[in-house]
Design a protein around this ligand. Structure first.
Ligand SMILES: NC(=O)c1ccc[n+]([C@@H]2O[C@H](COP(=O)([O-])OP(=O)(O)OC[C@H]3O[C@@H](n4cnc5c(N)ncnc54)[C@H](OP(=O)(O)O)[C@@H]3O)[C@@H](O)[C@H]2O)c1
Length: 321
């Protein structure tokens, strides 16, 4: 049952573009349920309303839409249960904290799930995403896994980036969402593990990079180089790193480490000095120590003239032959 009608003001009116689009034509003005009104669910609901859809929202903890900073209008209705939100919905978006929560929500939808199309954009591990998809299929739903790869201000703008997985026919039903979220969308096939795998792999780089930056800023700061003065140097090396990744990818793919561009023994010497200089000023050398240890392990197996890229072997299955 719907108990309230209000409007979610659009955060932007940017025209969306996508790199990969589901094939089915998208009728305008569909009715879409959004289950979960945290920061991301709210951003998604706003984007859908801005795109001209009727949006029915539900949140575990009842929240007046005014609290979410939205204005009154007729584009958005609030339902008092997940099941009630499904009444007139053509498409259901689940956006809650994690897959434990999303499975609880989906179970509540069970009586009305047959042939419904659900898009679950809640973050989980790849195994959780696969299990959630299997359970939704058991309940008769058509199910798409989504991973929103950007923070909420980018949702509904050209900077948005979302990865979707599901059968081609199911993904073909979510075009209204794809268009409303805007930016870039990647449809990666029917393996539900892939969106969270790529999402978490990107975050892996992001968090390691931020932690390395904080450590490096402290190391430079211990010698009187203020954070603002160090920043351009940090940005320079991050740019260099970006340029290095294609060669590193080629090394991983070919498992050959002989370009001579960055010798293992030279890199190990640098890493020893990063660790030593951290200790000199009593800064935790943890991350550098971890990389040094991986490099030292590689040096026990390969000549020092091998490319540092050989450290990749730690993450690869044993080579055949
Ligand atoms: N925020 C971002 O920038 C961002 C970016 C990419 C992906 N994501 C993903 O989007 C999802 C939602 O994120 P968010 O930022 O909206 O989180 P949030 O602001 O912390 O909101 C969490 C939402 O999950 C609901 N929830 C938690 N446990 C629940 C349960 N057991 N049953 C039903 N609902 C439950 C909460 O309801 P209550 O209000 O009742 O607590 C709330 O609506 C997460 O998986 C997150 O990783 C977020």
């Amino acid at each position: 049952m719907m108990i309230m009608t209000e409007n979610l003001t659009p955060s932007t009116t940017s025209r969306p573009t996508t790199t990969t689009r589901p094939a089915t034509p998208r009728p305008a003005g569909r009715t879409i349920a959004v289950l979960g009104l945290g920061a991301m669910g709210t951003a998604i609901a706003r984007a859908l309303a801005a795109a001209g859809h009727q949006v029915v929202v539900w949140n575990r903890t009842a929240r007046p839409l005014d609290e979410l900073g939205v204005e009154r209008d007729s584009a958005v209705s609030v339902a008092d249960s997940p099941l009630a939100a499904l009444d007139d919905a053509d498409l259901v978006v689940v956006c809650v904290r994690d897959h434990t929560a999303s499975r609880g929500v989906v179970e509540q939808l069970a009586p009305a799930l047959a042939d419904r199309v659900i898009v679950n954009v809640s973050t989980g591990t790849p195994a959780e995403a696969v299990a959630s998809a299997a359970r939704a299929a058991e309940l008769g739903a058509r199910y798409v896994t989504g991973a929103v790869m950007v923070p909420t201000p980018m949702v509904g703008t050209e900077q948005c980036f979302v990865i979707y997985a599901g059968s081609a026919s199911d993904v073909g039903e979510v075009g209204a969402l794809v268009d409303a979220l805007g930016g870039t969308s990647d449809v990666v096939g029917d393996d539900h593990a892939v969106p969270p795998a790529v999402d978490l792999a990107m975050l892996d780089i992001y968090f390691a990079g931020m932690y390395a930056f904080l450590h490096a800023t402290a190391l430079a700061g211990a010698h009187g180089v203020e954070p603002g003065r160090f920043l351009p140097y940090a940005q320079g090396i991050v740019s260099t790193l970006g340029g290095t990744l294609p060669d590193l990818t080629a090394s991983v793919e070919t498992r050959s480490y002989d370009t001579g561009q960055a010798r293992l023994d030279m890199c190990l010497a640098f890493l020893e000095k990063i660790v030593a200089s951290s200790r000199e000023v009593e800064i935790d050398p943890g991350l550098a120590e971890l990389v040094r240890a991986a490099s030292a392990r590689a040096a026990t197996r390969r000549p020092g003239s091998t490319d540092w890229d050989v450290v990749a072997e730690d993450f690869l299955p044993p080579a055949v032959g």
